[in-house]
Ligand binder design. Sequence first.
Ligand SMILES: [Zn+2]
Length: 57
Amino acid sequence: MVKCLECGTDLNIPEEPMIGEIINCPSCGIDYEVKKIKEDGSLEIDNLEVISEDFGE
Ligand SMILES: [Zn+2]
């Protein structure tokens, strides 16, 4: 099970995930990309979107 890194919601992982696949968090809408599929079947995901941060503008 992979949880959203932002809100902790369980993400809908396809039965046969592929590297590069985009997974969308149903709760906060953040898109994640599958970076790596580990030997135990768990996924390593990376946030595709830069969270809006205050850069001091
Ligand atoms: Zn989320």
